[in-house]
Design a protein around this ligand. Structure first.
Ligand code: ZN
Length: 482
């Protein structure tokens, strides 16, 4: 312990180190939530904790700020707890081993939780201070942000009076986020029937596609292995190969572009060489189309014994159509903000279970009617294929405000502090600000944070100087929100 005690601002890094010593991966938040409640109790600050373990701490405005409009300071207490393959640490029960090197803080063998521990440390440092000037504060520390904004979704916001919010969950200094997309998960389910089918069992494998985040990287126009699988199966049909699907799967998460997919096919013995030729041909076409985005992609098609049972002909065809005819990628760019993806979708997971074939999408849009239109299209297509589409995990968009007092103020203060011109961004991914702006009509919010690299991985690191400037900015903004 006390690896950070020589760093400034001392209080920020002291709290950051305390937080790091408490295990706080998503869904493992009782202890960190207890710590926050104890922090408030020790200082006689009013605190509310709900069933989702969200914690809200209140503090009166300082002298001269008693009647200023309250300000919400917001971050999330959970982190993505991941470790290197050979790291022996138990992230459920043990704290992190912090290290300082070359101006960065990281954790030995694990993710750091700078996302979003730095926000919590900033907030506690302000709450703990007798010298920082600020309006009445409502510090909202949510749970399980990293697994679908669950804490923010569950939070009863009626206890909040503030309509100005500083969200501290960004990881690029100088880039201020002022809007985000809303979205939902859509699970298309197509029932299938099986029957006996004599043939050669063949294994089709697609791997080493580039993948990526279905929000931030959807505009890179990379191949999605699930979509390519559908295209290969359709090519087999178009070449009149007699075959059936046995089983298939692809991708890992609805919000990740699928990097791999695989299928077992039953191919009529007399059509095996025709099938191999067809796969070879479509493989060349796909590789050439994606030669800049998916350079390492590999597609193999090998014999794997004898097949006895498979989907029937109708089910096979419906599953191929499911993969091939569902839309994928960017649907529309913003007219107002150059380069911003407005509406997109990604079929991240393809799998079979007792209910049939599932193709699971992450659908995003900063315009809710466009999101609804896409969900409606998936639902109709599912119906056409004899199935249905279940929608869950919906989160609202945070619409960009033409007028934003807090945005103007933070921009001015940033320029004064650093002499640099900041960037304002609207992002194509979900943020807690969307949840809050939905629940708190008229909310004026901005998201900022210090430089962090490789968040959500065991390479995660926090830039110390940037964290210091981030805190100075927060202090300055609070002072100016009189
Ligand atoms: Zn975060």
């Amino acid at each position: 312990m006390n690896v950070l005690n020589s760093l400034e601002p001392q209080n920020v890094f002291r709290f950051f180190e305390e937080i790091a010593s408490i295990p706080h991966g998503s869904n493992n938040l009782q202890k960190i939530s207890d710590y926050l409640v104890a922090f408030a109790n020790e200082r006689n600050l009013k605190v509310i904790r709900d069933e989702a373990l969200n914690v809200i701490i209140f503090k009166d405005g300082t002298a001269g700020y008693e009647t200023s409009a309250p300000v919400i300071l917001q971050g999330h207490m959970d982190m993505v707890a991941v470790k290197e393959e050979n790291c022996r640490k138990n992230l459920e029960t043990e704290g992190l081993d912090l290290e300082v090197s070359d101006g960065f803080i990281s954790a030995k063998g694990t993710s750091l939780g700078g996302d979003d521990g730095i926000a919590v440390a900033y907030a506690l440092a302000v709450l703990d201070s007798d010298t920082i000037a600020h309006p009445p504060l409502e510090v909202v520390i949510t749970t399980n942000e990293e697994i679908g904004l669950l804490g923010a979704a569950a939070l009863d916001c009626s206890v909040l009076k503030g309509r100005i919010m500083l969200n501290m969950d960004s990881e690029d200094e100088g880039i201020f986020t002022a809007g985000c997309a809303g979205g939902a998960t859509a699970d298309m389910v197509i029932p299938v029937a099986r029957e006996a089918f004599d043939g050669v069992k063949m294994h089709l494998e697609l791997k080493d596609f580039k993948g990526g985040h279905s929000g931030q990287e959807i505009n890179a126009q990379r191949a999605n292995a699930n979509k390519i699988l559908g295209r290969i199966l359709l090519a087999l049909k178009d070449e009149s190969v007699s075959f059936r699907l046995i089983t298939a799967n692809g991708g890992e998460k609805d919000n990740a572009i699928a990097r791999f997919a695989a299928a077992d096919l039953a191919v009529a013995a007399e059509d095996v060489s025709k099938a191999k030729e067809a796969v070879l041909k479509i493989t060349e076409i796909v590789k050439s189309e994606y030669h800049t985005t998916d350079v390492d992609a590999k597609i193999t098609f090998t014999e794997d014994g004898k097949a006895a049972e498979a989907l029937d002909a109708d089910s096979t065809l419906r599953v191929i159509r499911l993969l091939h005819h569902t839309p994928y990628g960017v649907m529309k760019y913003s007219y107002e903000i150059k380069g911003l993806v407005q509406t997109s979708l990604n079929c991240g997971v393809f799998k079979f279970d007792e209910a049939g074939a599932h193709l699971i999408f992450s659908v995003r849009s900063s315009v809710s009617s466009e999101k609804d239109e896409l969900l409606g299209r998936l639902s109709d297509l599912a119906e056409l294929l004899g199935g249905k589409c279940n929608v869950y995990g919906a989160y609202p968009a945070w619409e960009y405000r033409a007028d934003s007092k807090v945005r103007d103020l933070i921009v001015d203060d940033y320029k004064k502090l650093t002499g640099k011109e900041p960037r304002i961004e609207v992002i194509h991914a979900g943020l807690e600000c969307g949840m809050f702006s939905d629940k708190l009509p008229g909310l004026d919010a901005i998201s900022f944070g210090p430089d962090m690299d490789d968040i959500h991985t065991f390479h995660e690191k926090l830039n110390i100087e940037s964290a210091k400037r981030g805190f100075e900015l927060l202090v300055e903004v609070l002072k100016d929100l009189k």
